[in-house]
Design a protein around this ligand. Structure first.
Ligand code: ZN
Length: 471
């Protein structure tokens, strides 16, 4: 049984065959770290994290490279607005993105290259394109270099467009462009821009255009030809079209399959900073928990839009609670007898996942198994309980939602420790009560000071003393 997926370039479902059997290389366009992430930014990482987990579960080794675009027009503009050096601005939001991915249980990629660390590779690729006659540096002293779209007959192949029908590329001042649709590979340094945001090149000081970054980094880490290129639907054009054109024009095979995830929408519109209809990740995680937000993003099919609403997030949280409640009851049901089960998932789950990552159908199988497990709990059939428990764990693992997994360890560490701390605090409070009863004030105060020094605040309530952490 092999994975079939929708290839955006061929515009049909195709059988996925990795270049090297058993090994899959994936390049995913990472964030431009210009501002804090919103829920729309996280979908792509969650979707491709599920793809990676499914491929690994099916026995593949996966190399996932996700870049960080840490130099860009938008970063320079936002940093200037914020009164920060551009590099400090980029680093600040890179960390914010990392925290957000972690909060949703996204595994770190195999490698996460930063654009600013790969300027020599970009310069090499641009020089190669000039040599092959597909790029030019206009004789206008600007220091710009453009890709010559008219020189590349395949331009438009990814999105099925003809050059004549395309809008001008708006990624640079038109300055010395031969054709308004030519896009910038290298942007000459302009007066007023920070000198630190420029690097020496054969065309003068400047910085890379956005598209060339990904071609250079994908080539460096995954080779001239790799398996899957992914990203959000909004990246198909111009970003991915341009990546494909410049990589192929430089003689590289580049991506063999293209996958694009749909957007998170609000009132039907794509969630975006510029539209101002964004939702804060930290607030959603605080309200519903990281696992519920992840289920909300991973549950719908990756090519369908997800409409943001409190109701849909609450529904995801309720679904997760149903699963967790079964797992808790199953764990408490009888001795831990594991019988002889293979580590596998139900056949229908595999069929669904291999059908272009059919997560809605796969989730339906998971819920059916939970239901079967609940019935087994009622009838006390331990063998059936354990079978359902293992199957649910495995399916949750594929979704990145297994509560026992290391990525959720931090979130549940407090829960595990709470009964222990409750017991210890209770014992200390009992000592204080006894000291008070015998009017041994120094001993009672010593207990109070010990708790205070540990950062614990104790309140007397009608139900007895309650502790909390002092802020
Ligand atoms: Zn990219």
């Amino acid at each position: 049984m092999t994975l079939h997926l929708y290839d955006s370039a061929r515009r049909e479902i195709v059988e996925f065959q990795p270049l090297e059997p058993g090994q899959v290389s994936i390049y995913l366009c990472g964030p431009t770290v210009q501002s804090a992430p919103h829920l729309g930014h996280l979908r792509s990482r969650v979707n491709f994290d599920v793809l990676r987990r499914w491929l690994e579960f099916s026995g593949h080794q996966v190399s996932l490279v996700v870049n960080v675009t840490d130099i860009d027009d938008k970063i320079l503009a936002k940093a200037a607005e914020a009164g920060r050096p551009w590099w400090a601005h980029a680093y600040l939001f890179e960390a914010a993105f990392r925290d957000a991915f972690q909060a949703l249980g996204v595994q770190p990629p195999t490698y996460e290259p930063r654009a600013t660390g790969h300027i020599p590779e970009m310069i090499e690729l641009i020089a190669e394109l000039i040599e092959r006659g597909h790029a030019y540096a206009p004789a206008d002293e600007s220091g710009d270099v453009y890709f010559d779209v008219q020189s590349w007959p395949e331009y438009g192949a990814l999105t099925g467009q003809r050059v004549a029908d395309m809008a001008p590329a708006e990624d640079a001042d038109p300055r010395g462009k031969r054709d308004p649709r030519d896009f910038a590979l290298w942007k000459g340094h302009k007066p007023g821009e920070p000198v630190t945001a420029s690097w020496p090149s054969p065309w003068g000081r400047g910085r890379p255009g956005w598209h060339i970054e990904c071609s250079a980094m994908a080539g460096k880490y995954l080779g001239e030809t790799f398996d899957i290129h992914g990203g959000g639907l909004d990246l198909r054009f111009p970003h991915h079209e341009n990546e494909l054109a410049q990589s192929r024009a430089a003689g590289r095979g580049f991506a063999r399959y293209w996958m694009h995830n749909a957007w998170v929408t609000m009132a039907g519109e794509k969630m975006s900073k510029s539209l101002g209809n964004t939702a804060d990740v930290a607030a959603a995680v605080a309200k519903y928990g990281g696992r519920a937000v992840r289920l909300w993003l991973a549950g719908p099919h990756y090519r369908s839009a997800i409409e943001l609403s409190d109701a849909s997030l609450a529904e995801a949280a309720a679904q997760l609670a149903r699963i967790d409640s079964f797992l808790e009851r199953a764990a408490a049901a009888g001795p831990e007898q594991w019988f002889a089960y293979a580590v596998r998932v139900p056949e229908e789950f595999s069929v669904a996942m291999n059908d272009d990552l059919g997560t809605p159908t796969a989730l339906a199988v998971l819920f059916r198994t939970v239901k079967e497990g609940n019935l087994a709990l009622e009838s006390g059939d331990l063998e059936a309980i354990r079978a359902a428990q293992i199957a649910v764990w495995q399916m949750l693992r594929v979704f990145g939602l297994d509560p026992r997994a290391s990525e959720w360890a931090d979130a549940s560490a407090g829960d595990d420790l709470k009964p222990v701390v409750d017991g210890l605090v209770g014992a200390l409070l009992e000592q204080r009560a006894q000291a008070r009863a015998r009017k041994d004030w120094p001993a009672a105060d010593a207990v109070r000071d010990t708790l205070k020094n540990l950062g614990l605040k104790v309140e007397d309530t009608p139900a007895g003393p309650r502790w909390s952490l002092e802020n």
